[in-house]
Design a protein around this ligand. Structure first.
Ligand SMILES: [Zn+2]
Length: 95
């Protein structure tokens, strides 16, 4: 089993993972992407495309506030993030 498959298994089972950098990176800052799955297909057990919640790790609101005035504030433009969504979806279906 490859690392990527293991990573994806985590996504299927536990609901979230950090995306391998060679699948996709943040189109806004080039950082790693955090994928959260909130909906699964009842038959296959795989995440559904609509159930994927994607956010840049650097911009993740669940990260504790560092106290630094960083300028990482993403706007999540549909056009910029659609290729990322597509790449993640392709990755999930490869596993
Ligand atoms: Zn980012």
């Amino acid at each position: 089993m490859t690392d990527y498959a293991e990573n994806a298994e985590e996504l299927f089972g536990g609901g979230e993972c950090v995306l391998p950098r060679n699948v996709a990176i943040c189109p806004e800052c080039g950082g790693e992407i955090h994928v959260d799955c909130v909906e699964w297909d009842a038959v296959s057990g795989k995440p559904t495309q609509a159930g994927l919640d994607i956010a840049c790790l650097a911009d993740d609101a669940t990260e504790p506030w560092s106290g630094e005035d960083n300028d990482v504030s993403h706007i999540y433009l549909q056009g910029a993030w659609q290729p990322v969504r597509d790449a993640i979806w392709q990755w999930i279906n490869q596993v």
